[in-house]
Design a protein around this ligand. Structure first.
Ligand code: FA5
Length: 342
């Protein structure tokens, strides 16, 4: 029996050296260790071994069985390692047959719409002015006639800086600087990032964008405001847009209005974009308050004007059929795909 065991071990060692695949390994395991394998088959022969040799032969059987099991295990680990190496080297190979990836980045949909709107205004003879993000309390509030005790000045609504300045809460903060710059007739827009210390939800962000516009001249009237807004929005939506004005209140305009447009997606019939109301609240506006003109160095007896503040994240949402404004600041690349940008 001793010779038989030595013979089994020798032939196992030759077989294991030839293993290349998991199948080879399994075949050897079955041949040597399964019920009908060499080792279990040799066990009954122990009974025939003389008693005085039983212990020695028994130990030998166990030791051969253990060696076989160990070597099978080691060989399995070696095959595993080879498999991992193979996967790594495959994944690092460059497949030159794959299509070229043209994903080199793109403008944010908000920037695209901003540029479209700017082009429309430039075509109507407007200048595009820069605004600041950090503003003085005077420009953001006092210059545009917001009273000292107005709740918008509260910590809850405004991000105040340690030096007494603030992150501008609306683009109207640039009105005074622009009025002073032109000191007379002007047609200007000033897009910009605004900040409010708001509770966030699907339609409110703490960082959002507005485009403000002002027209100042002699004898500017509400009729001019309505005509101009209708023309401008028709160009933005590339179709004739019906507008309506509802009374509003802003300290910097008198009278003040909320301008609604007839839903351009369902022509006022009612759809998910207009929440079945047929109209969409789009743009606060009004005639510039005499105090604001005065603070800007203009005589309100001589000049009048209108102003509007379009929150254009809303337009981007309509165009992309988005239901949550927070997506726009999320950095989520899927958003770009929604706008057909790869
Ligand atoms: C203003 O900010 C006025 N300065 C607009 C104005 C300018 C009126 C000139 C008259 C003349 P309001 O707080 O309503 O108004 O904001 C204007 C637009 O900004 C809103 O219609 C909305 O589209 C957008 N907006 C305001 N707050 C947020 C917010 N937290 N998140 C996203 N958009 C906002």
């Amino acid at each position: 029996m001793k010779e038989k065991l030595q013979h089994i071990l020798k032939s196992f060692e030759e077989d294991i050296k030839k293993v290349v695949t998991y199948d080879d390994l399994e075949k050897i395991r079955v041949e040597y260790l399964s019920k009908k394998g060499y080792i279990p088959q040799i066990m009954p022969m122990l009974r025939e071994v003389p008693n005085e040799q039983k212990k020695e032969i028994g130990q030998l059987v166990n030791s051969v069985k253990n060696q076989i099991e160990d070597e099978l295990k080691n060989t399995k680990q070696m095959l595993d390692m080879k498999e991992i190496e193979k996967n790594i080297s495959n994944s690092e190979k460059i497949d030159i047959t794959l299509p070229v990836d043209n994903n080199i980045g793109s403008l944010h949909p908000r920037t695209t719409i901003q540029k479209e709107i700017e082009d429309i205004f430039i075509g109507m003879g407007f200048s595009v002015e820069d605004g600041k993000e950090v503003e003085t309390e005077y420009n953001n509030f006092d210059a545009v006639n917001v009273p000292k005790n107005h709740p918008a000045r509260d910590m809850q609504d405004t991000f105040w800086l340690d030096n007494g300045e603030l992150l501008k809460t609306h683009t109207s903060a640039s009105q005074n600087r622009i009025l002073r710059k032109y000191n007379g007739p002007l047609k200007a827009i000033f897009p910009g990032r605004c900040f409010r210390n708001e509770a966030l939800d699907h339609s409110h962000e703490n960082t959002f964008f507005q485009i403000e516009g002002m027209v100042v001249d002699k004898d500017v009237s509400v009729a001019n405001l309505i005509f101009f807004m209708k023309e401008m929005l028709s160009l933005v939506f590339k179709k004739d847009i019906e507008v309506r004005l509802r009374p509003g209140f802003f300290p910097f305009t008198e009278p003040s209005f909320e301008l609604d447009i007839k839903c351009p997606f369902c022509n006022g019939k009612g759809c998910s974009t207009c929440k079945n109301g047929g109209w969409i609240e789009l743009c606060p506006c009004g005639m510039i308050h005499p105090n604001v003109l005065r603070n800007g160095g203009l005589d309100p007896e001589q000049y009048s004007g209108f102003a509007f503040g379009l929150g254009y994240d809303r337009l981007v949402m309509m165009k992309g059929n988005l239901n949550d404004i927070r997506l726009l600041n999320s950095g989520n690349l899927k958003l770009l795909k929604q706008f057909g940008i790869k």
